[in-house]
Design a protein around this ligand. Structure first.
Ligand code: NIG
Ligand code: FE
Length: 406
């Protein structure tokens, strides 16, 4: 079996820092030991391994990042919309005029499945080079049965043959332009939800004023739960129309955006004990949101706070976890660097139901990122420099984006 020994790291995230430099022994796809170099070498000999040694004395090692909320498979780009928003046209106004999501929907309708796979692969390659080793991807730019299933099939193909682990979600994003609302909702519930279950493990809805209301969303969530999907929601992004109450009533596992959040909903989330809150600072910045994610109301549920890119061609053309962490400090004034890293590793791992990743200890998957930094508190600080040295997925080197200086 192939073996790897990452030696003498400056810090291994989550491991004690007072016992000198730590090394990581990897056997095949898994971590076998996190310990002093001599102990790892002893273990390797005992197990008849001849590990390839990689000097990590210039690096902090963190778990591979888990980006749990993206819309990564799409075609076309919407850079003009960025400048429209910069000139004060609201996101929902662009959507009402048939732009925004509808523009990407049109591009996706015109693309065939192979094209979606090819574009998706390019973004996934980027994700890997940015240190993301598990990514959730939503559909939601097809809208009708044929195109939504084309997107989900493309996501499935990428899941099958890209080194990144992909978690597919069926997202009900908007009523198609010109379509009768009631007829569309019936089609989602009676046709799409059952048909897409083999293609997606998760189900999500854009719950927002002028998009889907509470009664409509309740009907779809109940159907999705009955079909066996796990549930997430885009909610409380621009308006509070009662999405958090609906989430708690229907067994939703995570609520995302939460830019507008009442004190009573915050308390209800804390009390719920198994619901996660996902914050998307990239979407707040790029949509020029007048609101700020209400994470400070939830700081006493630190193990259920999650950060994610919301990577998409409109509201968040951002993918870098390092940038997401930095923005979370700037925007939310978070002061605990450990929490920032956990919000992109162990917390989303648990949220998505993975017990084999998100932390660095024996028995977990060897999904690791080596960063040329002095300590992990520098990640949200200097992390947006070109400091990603190496990315390992399942014990295999998959990206080494930082050139050696000669
Ligand atoms: O998470 N809020 C709704 N959906 C996406 C945006 C998608 C788009 O603009 O293309 C979001 O921000
Ligand atoms: Fe989103």
């Amino acid at each position: 079996m192939s073996a790897l020994l990452l030696t003498n790291a400056r810090e291994v995230f989550g491991a004690p820092t007072d016992r000198g430099a730590l090394s990581i022994l990897i056997e095949g796809e898994q971590i076998t030991a996190v310990s002093a170099l001599a102990e790892c070498e002893y273990l390797a000999r005992e197990r008849n391994l001849e590990p390839q040694c990689v000097d990590c004395s210039d690096s902090v090692i963190v778990p591979g990042f888990i980006d749990c909320h993206t819309h990564l498979v799409f075609t076309g780009t919407r850079e003009r919309e960025l400048y429209l928003r910069a000139a004060n046209t609201p996101y929902l106004e662009i959507l009402r005029q048939g732009g925004g999501i509808h523009q990407t929907v049109q591009a996706v309708h015109e693309a065939d499945e192979d094209e979606l796979v090819a574009t998706g692969r390019r973004y996934l390659d980027q994700a890997l080079a940015l240190g993301i080793t598990t990514v959730e991807i939503k559909s939601g730019y097809g809208l009708d049965t044929e195109n939504e299933s084309k997107l989900l099939r493309a996501i499935q193909r990428l899941k099958g043959d890209h080194p990144i682990d992909v978690v597919p979600t069926f997202l009900v994003h908007s009523v198609p332009l010109g379509e009768d609302r009631q007829r569309y909702l019936n089609r989602v519930v009676e046709e799409m939800i059952p048909a897409f279950r083999p293609l997606a493990d998760w189900f999500d809805i854009f719950v927002e004023e002028g998009v889907f209301d509470i009664a409509e969303s309740r009907r779809m969530l109940k159907a999705a739960a009955a079909a066996g999907y796990c549930l997430g929601l885009h909610t409380n992004q621009m308006h509070d129309i009662g999405g958090v109450g609906l989430a708690l009533e229907t067994g939703v596992r995570h609520v995302d955006h939460l830019e507008v959040l009442s004190d009573s909903d915050a308390r209800a989330l804390i009390d719920a004990s198994d619901v996660y809150a996902v914050f998307l600072p990239g979407a707040e910045y790029c949509a020029f949101s007048p609101h700020i994610g209400q994470i400070h109301k939830l700081l006493n549920m630190p193990e259920r706070l999650v950060l994610s890119s919301d990577f998409n061609p409109g509201s968040s053309p951002i993918l870098s976890p390092m940038l997401v962490m930095a923005m979370a400090v700037w925007r939310y004034r978070l002061t605990d660097p450990d929490l920032l890293v956990r919000a992109l590793t162990i917390n989303p791992a648990r949220m998505l139901g993975f017990s084999d990743r998100g932390e660095i200890r024996p028995g977990t998957r060897a999904d690791l990122v080596c960063l040329a930094l002095d300590n992990s508190a520098q990640i949200p600080y200097l992390g947006t420099l070109n400091c990603i040295r190496r990315v390992y997925k399942n014990g295999r080197l998959v990206a080494a984006p930082m050139p050696e200086i000669v």
